[in-house]
Design a protein around this ligand. Structure first.
Ligand SMILES: *Cc1c(COP(=O)(O)O)cnc(C)c1O
Length: 392
């Protein structure tokens, strides 16, 4: 378990740096969520939806041909088989139940590429809640299919037209809406980012991933502990979930794969731990890519889900303490790793996930090592990117 302190800090990182106006919202959430999540009623509903709606437990699959190729025992944790095609729904299911128990009627969310927007619109339809998703006007143009998905699911998609018209502007817009509607609205954040208690809350919802890996590996290998767990990091929610129950077991190595874009020093990258410095992003203290005078640097990655200028505070802490190893994977290498998995195992991964796969070529391990790679999502949403890249 990864422990957060009273004020929401993981070592030097975390906390709640928010405008005064947002205090009532955050306080209400903080005061209620622990108790609610611990209640038997909440757990029963959450577990039941994870099983029958999301389709959990997801398989832990021994990848025979990938293992042969790399000379280790490689398992894939199949989050790509979750309803909607990625791990994100584990969190939105948890938060929508929480919102209902808090008596909220409306849900707001921000989205970049639209994946979190779709996962949020999905659970709002499930619960019959009104859903508004804020999305940069530029992203709306770039991510047409996800915009239409959200609309089919009954959500309202509101363009954010300020600034660069991308994720950070959508986030600002969602915050503003929340300040104006503190009583009836819950804001669903999509990763282990934002002010406390969000990072902790999202990590706990995603921790079902490593909870399952433990018993699944026990069945297959007679041990709960792999030698290495690998996951990609955008904000860091799938990684936090895959690492969660291994954090306190030092012999389990944790490997986090970030996006190096066109190269760490190319000026077009999202390799936050390599390039970032401490600062405040989206309400928490963390590592982020910024100029000397504190302007957030526009990130780049071929995968929309890793195209984020920061990381969650828990990962800043894992980096700072050396508990996790961080690698930065370039666009081209990730694409090749995606094709390789498709050819070796018949699984087309999300391009985010392909970054985690390539890190097999960047770390050291032994032939007898058991390696679990968190397969965060499927590649259907990325078909256009695969086609444009074309190298297959
Ligand atoms: C959104 C997304 C990610 C990145 O988000 P995290 O919070 O870092 O997990 C990774 N993989 C897939 C498939 C995604 O959709």
């Amino acid at each position: 378990m990864i422990k957060v302190d009273e004020k929401g800090f993981y070592g030097k990182f975390g906390g709640a740096y928010i405008p005064e106006m947002l205090y009532p919202n955050i306080e209400e959430l903080k005061e209620n969520y622990e108790q609610l999540m611990a209640s038997e009623e909440f757990q029963k509903e959450f577990r039941s939806l994870l099983k029958d709606y999301v389709g959990r437990p997801t398989p832990l699959y021994f990848a025979t041909r990938l293992s042969e190729k790399y000379g280790a025992k490689i398992y894939l944790k199949r989050e790509d088989l979750c309803h909607t095609g990625a791990h994100k729904v584990n969190n939105t299911v948890g938060q929508i139940i929480l919102a209902k128990k808090l008596g909220k009627k409306r849900i707001i969310a921000e989205t970049g590429a639209g994946q979190h927007g779709v996962a949020t619109a999905t659970v709002c339809a499930l619960m019959g809640m009104e859903c508004t998703v804020f999305m940069g006007a530029l992203d709306i143009q770039r991510q047409r299919p996800n915009v239409e998905r959200m609309k089919i699911l009954g959500a309202k998609v509101v363009p954010a037209t300020s600034g660069s018209q991308t994720l950070k502007d959508a986030t600002n817009e969602a915050m503003r809406q929340w300040i104006n509607n503190p009583v009836d609205t819950h804001y669903i954040i999509g990763s282990v980012v934002g002010p406390h208690p969000y990072p902790e809350m999202v990590a706990r919802f995603q921790s079902v991933i490593s909870e399952e890996i433990k018993w699944q590996l026990k069945e297959k290998e007679k041990t709960e502990n792999p030698d290495i767990v690998i996951a990609c990091v955008g904000g860091g929610s799938n990684a936090a979930g895959a690492f969660y129950h291994y954090y306190n077991i030092p012999q389990v190595r944790l490997v986090a794969a970030e996006a190096a874009g066109l190269g760490v020093s190319s000026g077009k990258s999202a390799a936050t731990t390599a390039l970032g410095t401490p600062g405040i992003l989206h309400g928490s203290k963390t590592l982020l890519m910024q100029t000397e005078d504190g302007q957030v640097v526009e990130p780049h990655s071929i995968s929309a889900g890793l195209d984020y200028p920061g990381i969650g505070p828990v990962h800043a802490h894992l980096f700072d303490t050396g508990r996790a190893e961080f690698v930065a994977v370039e666009d081209e290498d990730a694409m090749k790793a995606g094709i390789e998995l498709s050819r070796l195992e018949g699984i087309i991964p999300a391009i985010e996930t392909a970054h985690a796969l390539h890190s097999l070529q960047m770390i050291e391990y032994k032939k007898e090592d058991i390696i679990v790679i968190n397969l965060s999502g499927r590649g259907d949403k990325d078909l256009d990117t695969y086609i444009k890249w074309g190298g297959y």
